[in-house]
Design a protein around this ligand. Structure first.
Ligand code: ACM
Length: 675
């Protein structure tokens, strides 16, 4: 009913106001636009009634600074004394939980009238979300800045809306992590899942076991002071920090300093190659659990969240199998498989974590009937694991469809729902699904490229997890994702400027127009980035043309939209003309890129994709011509075009031509004509 009301309001409110309300991302659960406006100028004042604390004061100060940047006049951020009039009245009922939990009340209500705005929230976290919404509502005309009249009643659909950031494979400096937290707050994500240890690096300072960071990190780790600072920074933005220390696998970096806790004598080196390593904790010895217990005991003083991620993924146990003592022990315990042995290890971890008042989360491999039901299962291998976990009575989180490091379009992420309408989970089982987490694994992502690989696509996941399930219009999502990209760029999250900055690393001087155009229409491979056909490793700098490329580049969606318009609207001539202009431009890039490649070998890496783009665009142009004229291409042309497009579905060199599926649609149209 509320949704119908929302549609009704969006349709009938005056256009300008409607337009601004409809730039919100994520879409609130209820929006009722009016037809006036609240002007924002130097008379702007804030009041805080009922409850206030330092966290709320800081959120207000930050919000007013951002508002000031937007309206470009100085604004007063200090709240007015009680009883005095204010433009924005903030009424918060209480602080919320001392340590933000999954059951924190994150709702808020925002009323904007020409006389003033009121933001009401039961907790400071709700107010923090409301301030983000308010900032997204600000707009302008030639004379004034203003917020359109509106009543917004908002709350999240899922309580767990996370992002995994992998700093094990490639370290991300604190400033980068904070920037990511800023972006997360803008789209109301509320969990930073911080993957802090990997085969390739151990990233936290341990005072109890200093060789962990001293020998396991190449000097790239967070001091305890920095870790605390990030946790505080996140809490200030309504974001929880859940640390992950992956075990028993993905753990080589632990053993560089402490080889006594694995299954083989040292020395052990930091692993540089990607893919699961064989080094693994020895689950049979008491001193291993004592070590883990003491380590966790140190870390819980830094990470107050009630949840603790133990990893648990991709454990083959090759080194368990190769160790006669462990095999004999496993047999004596009556464990048939390594999965049983891992379940034993996990049960021991549960005991340790329970003693430290933490609830255990692990990747879906940990799913095992022997585990206590308070364990949380995070599905990554497929949505079926989410289902299986919920059916078995486990609380769970969905990540399988939200791997941002897999270079898929935003629409794929957007349409993947943790609890789709077709679910066969009972209401009680559905209640066990806490939400989802996007994942940014960092084999092929550095602190220089992570902004562009996260954003703006992460906005699509954030909306899926916050907004009502009925909000599924992909075209509207892309329209608002573009707006989000601009807002992120304004805050220093380098989305729009990414390609140019990266191209400058290997092509510092010279005109970038051609390469910029190329990079609007080609994208990185789905996952593995190679060098001369061989796997790369941690030491390979991520500053090649593939790193300048972006996932889901803008011309992909543009072309998809135009092709759809062309097909649906009986060969719409405006769509036809736009496609012709685009295809001709892309076809003609080749000579220029070839000339540039003679100056820089890195640009040479783009040649195979440039040639594939030339051919794809040519096929597109010829196909359009045939459709338009109603002529038949000869069968040889069709066969060759079809075979070429099939080939171009895979990366050419390291880059994929993003529009191949769209040109295939044009070809299919022709095949229809020919038949
Ligand atoms: C994972 O991607 N190995 C959790």
């Amino acid at each position: 009913m509320r949704f119908i009301l929302l549609i009704h309001c969006l349709l009938f409110a005056p256009f300008v106001l409607r337009a601004q309300v409809s730039t919100l991302m994520p879409v609130p659960s209820s929006v009722l636009p009016g037809d006036g406006r609240l002007v924002i100028d130097t008379t702007f004042r804030v009041s805080v009634t009922r409850f206030s604390d330092d966290r709320l004061q800081r959120a207000i100060a930050r919000g007013v600074r951002r508002l000031e940047e937007r309206v470009t006049v100085p604004l007063v951020s200090t709240p007015v004394p009680a009883g005095e009039p204010a433009t924005l009245k903030i009424e918060v009922a209480g602080a919320g939980q001392r340590v933000q939990g999954v059951d924190e009340n994150e709702s808020y209500r925002l009323d904007v009238t020409p006389a003033g705005a009121t933001l009401r929230a039961p907790t400071v976290v709700g107010a923090i979300h409301g301030i983000e919404t308010l900032l997204q509502l600000v707009t302008s005309d030639a004379a004034t800045h203003f917020i359109p009249d509106v009543v917004i009643d908002d709350k999240p659909r899922f309580p767990w809306r996370g992002l995994l950031v992998d700093v094990g494979r490639h370290f991300m400096p604190v400033e980068q992590v904070k920037k990511t937290l800023d972006g997360m707050a803008m789209v109301k994500l509320n969990v930073l899942h911080w993957h802090l240890s990997e085969d390739q690096g151990f990233r936290v300072e341990s005072k109890r076991f200093p060789k962990l960071h001293q020998l396991g990190s190449d000097g790239e780790y967070y001091t305890q002071e920095q870790l605390r600072d990030v946790v505080t920074y996140a809490r200030d933005r309504g974001i929880r920090v859940v640390p992950e220390f992956d075990m028993p696998g993905h753990s080589t970096a632990w053993f560089v300093g402490y080889p006594q806790y694995t299954t083989r004598p040292g020395p052990i080196k930091i692993r540089r190659e990607w893919g699961g390593a064989d080094a693994i904790f020895d689950p049979t010895r008491e001193e291993v659990y004592t070590f883990i217990d003491r380590f966790i005991g140190e870390m819980v003083r830094i990470f107050p969240d009630a949840y603790w991620h133990i990893g648990g993924d991709e454990v083959e146990g090759k080194h368990w199998n190769a160790n006669r003592r462990i095999v004999a022990w496993r047999r004596r315990q009556g464990f048939r498989t390594n999965a049983d042995l891992q379940a034993h290890f996990n049960r021991r971890l549960t005991t340790i974590l329970t003693r430290h008042k933490r609830r255990m989360i692990g990747w879906d491999e940990i799913l095992n009937p022997r585990l206590p039901k308070q364990t949380v299962v995070q599905s990554w291998r497929g949505t079926n694991y989410l289902r299986d976990a919920a059916k078995a009575g486990f609380t769970s989180i969905l990540s399988a469809p939200y791997y941002l490091d897999h270079i898929k379009p935003a629409s794929d992420f957007y349409l993947a729902d943790p609890v789709p309408r077709t679910t066969d989970l009972t209401p009680a089982e559905q209640a066990l699904v806490l939400g989802g987490e996007a994942c940014m694994w960092s084999e092929f992502v550095s602190h220089e490229t992570t902004d562009s690989r996260l954003w703006p696509r992460l906005g699509a996941v954030a909306e899926r997890l916050w907004s009502p399930g009925e909000i599924t219009n992909v075209a509207d999502m892309y329209r608002r994702l573009d707006i989000l990209a601009g807002r992120l760029e304004a805050r220093g999250i380098r989305v729009l400027t990414h390609s140019e900055r990266m191209l400058r690393k290997f092509y510092p001087v010279g005109d970038l127009t051609l390469l910029d155009t190329l990079l609007t229409v080609v994208q990185p491979p789905f996952f593995a980035q190679t060098l001369n056909g061989k796997p790369t490793n941690q030491l390979q700098p991520l500053t090649r043309i593939v790193d300048a490329a972006r996932p889901d580049p803008p011309a992909r969606w543009l072309t998809e939209r135009l092709v759809r318009r062309f097909v649906v609207n009986a060969f719409d001539s405006a769509a036809h003309d736009s496609l012709v202009t685009l295809f001709a431009r892309w076809r003609d890039l080749a000579p220029g890129v070839e000339a540039l490649a003679r100056q820089a070998t890195e640009i040479g890496e783009a040649l195979p994709a440039t040639m594939a783009l030339q051919r794809t665009s040519t096929i597109g142009l010829e196909a359009l011509q045939h459709v338009r004229r109603g002529t038949r291409p000869d069968s040889t042309w069709l066969l060759t075009a079809s075979a070429d497009l099939k080939r171009y579905e895979t990366p050419q060199g390291l880059l994929r031509v993003a529009i191949v599926p769209e040109v295939r649609k044009l070809l299919a149209l022709l095949q229809g004509v020919v038949q």
